[in-house]
Design a protein around this ligand. Structure first.
Ligand SMILES: [Fe+2]
Length: 604
């Protein structure tokens, strides 16, 4: 009889918190990771990620009862003294904490209930990994660096907002932290609300807006947030409410998008003028406020990076936490920092905590060696050719008259590149769903970056986003230096670099008004099909760059073929490339008029 060596299965779960997710690590290697929102179709979904857990178990070929360790990125006992002192001042906070503790205490029972099994059948050992430790682990332990400085910064987690460490092989040594109420994430979210964007995750909008303003209010913002020593920053608390009224960052119902309470104070309005109400016009003052808040954040972060480099004597840095999504700050500070290499995991925010908690157990609890690098983001569900055929059949049976062709890879690439070069908007659905919020060539909507009008066309026909938000480019890794002033890889769209001045008119659609672009460098090794498409487009046009935006329309990024087909049908996308199938719509009157318009403009 052959005895199969038993596997070590670790399940990481980010539950009862926005961006709930699951990840599974088997014998030290990540097999799968996915956000619950991709599966239950609720943006930023909180609650227990039962679908994501099931998917991860399926990928490992395991049942929940066979999992050895379950890691949850929250430790109610962390910083207990600080929590208790705050709770004594604010009974509402104490109640809220008690509710959170009850929820986490009940995670085993919730799992048993969700998976319809007796609770005693879950034999896994449970681990509570402190929030920022999980953030730090989520980036360092999957980074390509043997040793590195590691930095986590977010809104709040386990009563801290920032933590830094030194990573050495399979160990991470914590070096310091910043506790509630001082928080760069809260700062950014509060000011995002002040500028009139209240939805969870709206911070990106303000980052895009910042490029349209001047930092006119920087002096005031240096009172709102400031570095006050090496590895230390403070908020001007009079500008905020979270320290006096609690950070009401919750969701009203389980499995629903989180809702945020107001975080800025009347004093902020007294100093900067009345807050912009949602829907009111955006004025230059708002743009200048956005520019000022971004500039102040960059000052604090730059000082932090410098001090961390000095303290750790490292040339590599790993970033995590929601603040690590500030690609503008990452790109700018990187240029001026002592670090030579920076790694940001694609799910740098709280979704990434499931990966972090699992790897924290793998290395810090079990003492296992490091043997995994996350060098691509394709960790979610994929669909077979029969799945795609079935979805297309159903779609066609519903009376859609798009033409459908089934082609080999060479024809697929050449035809798709030709459609793109001809100005068509192409849905690109290939392989496993991306991990993290960025579409990176698995579930993307692609377009020609050479056309200045493409941004408006995409917004009008599909994305319906604010006009000040930039679109991002994907570029062949080898061509990065030809188009950008910096060549350090950015495989997960977490850095904005300056586009070379002479190339800004070559790729105007994804070049932001400040001359930067949030690029994705695409490697032949880790993303071969998408790399080949970029090369095919480059062969036809001389520009190995594509505009790449997420495959969705005000919904979570599509996951299943049916969702891609639905988005294709609902929007004015021209072509859908799914597996080896190319679906092409008959040109609409609107798109014909648009092309005629553009031809006329170009002729002038
Ligand atoms: Fe966090």
């Amino acid at each position: 009889m052959v005895v199969r060596p038993s596997k070590m299965i670790i399940l990481g779960i980010n539950a009862y918190h926005a961006n709930s997710s699951a990840a599974i690590v088997v014998d030290g290697r990540l097999l799968a990771a996915v956000e619950e929102e991709r599966l239950n179709r609720v943006k930023y979904a909180a609650g227990l990620p039962a679908r994501a857990i099931q998917y991860c178990l399926d990928q490992a070929g395991a049942k929940l009862s066979e999992v050895d360790h379950i890691a949850v990125p929250r430790n109610p006992w962390a910083r207990l003294g600080t929590k208790l002192r705050f709770a004594m001042r604010m009974p509402r906070f104490a109640l809220d904490r008690a509710r959170v503790m009850r929820r986490f205490a009940g995670v085993k029972a919730d799992l048993a209930s969700a998976f319809e099994m007796p609770v005693e059948n879950i034999r896994a050992q449970f681990h509570r990994i402190e929030h920022h430790t999980a953030h730090l682990a989520s980036t360092y332990f999957v980074s390509p660096f043997e040793n590195s400085a590691v930095l986590s910064a977010d809104g709040l987690g386990d009563f801290a907002s920032c933590m830094w460490a030194l990573g050495e092989g399979p160990k991470m040594h914590p070096l310091g932290e910043v506790r509630f109420p001082h928080s760069l994430g809260m700062y950014y979210t509060a000011l995002t609300q002040y500028i009139g964007f209240w939805k969870f995750g709206d911070e990106y909008k303000v980052m895009g807006l910042a490029a349209y303003g001047e930092p006119e209010f920087l002096e005031e913002f240096r009172r709102i947030v400031h570095a006050d020593g090496p590895l230390s920053f403070h908020l001007g608390l009079e500008y905020f409410t979270h320290q006096s009224q609690g950070a009401d960052m919750s969701w009203r119902e389980a499995n629903r998008t989180p809702v945020l309470g107001r975080l800025f104070s009347q004093y902020l309005e007294k100093r900067l003028g009345p807050a912009r109400k949602e829907g009111e016009p955006l004025e230059q003052r708002h743009r200048n406020i956005a520019a000022s808040m971004q500039a102040a954040l960059e000052e604090v972060l730059a000082a932090h990076w410098r001090a961390l480099a000095k303290k750790t004597n490292q040339k590599s840095l790993c970033l995590a936490g929601g603040v690590a999504f500030n690609c503008l700050a990452n790109g700018k500070i990187f240029d001026r920092s002592p670090f030579e290499r920076v790694y940001v995991q694609p799910a740098a925010g709280d979704a990434g905590l499931s990966v972090g908690a699992a790897f924290a157990v793998n290395h810090q609890v079990l003492g296992r060696p490091r043997e995994f690098v996350m060098d691509h983001a394709a960790w979610g569900p994929e669909f077979s050719r029969p799945d795609i055929v079935q979805a297309i059949d159903t779609f066609h049976g519903q009376g859609d008259d798009a033409s459908i062709t089934d082609v080999d890879e060479k024809t697929l690439l050449e035809t798709t590149a030709k459609h793109l070069a001809n100005g068509k908007i192409v849905g690109w659905f290939q392989g496993r769903v991306e991990w993290g919020p960025r579409a990176l060539g698995q579930r993307s909507i692609l377009a020609d970056p050479r056309r200045p009008e493409m941004k408006d066309i995409l917004n009008r026909r599909i994305k319906h986003r604010e006009i000040f938000r930039p679109f991002a480019p994907s570029i062949l890794e080898e061509a990065t230096g030809e188009f950008f002033e910096k060549t350090h890889p950015s495989p997960f769209m977490t850095f904005a670099y300056n586009v070379r001045p002479e190339k800004r008119s070559v790729i105007p659609a994804p070049t932001h008004v400040d001359g930067t672009a949030r690029l994705q460098t695409v490697s032949r090794k880790t993303n071969p099909l998408y790399w080949k498409l970029l090369r095919a487009f480059g062969d036809q046009t001389g520009v190995p760059v594509l505009l790449n935006t997420s495959f969705n329309d005000n919904e979570p990024i599509v996951c299943r073929p049916e969702e891609a087909l639905d988005c294709f049908r609902r929007t004015q996308m021209d072509v859908l490339v799914m597996g080896n199938f190319i679906l092409e719509k008959k040109p609409t009157t609107a798109s014909q008029e648009e092309s005629a318009d553009n031809l006329a403009k170009r002729a002038k």
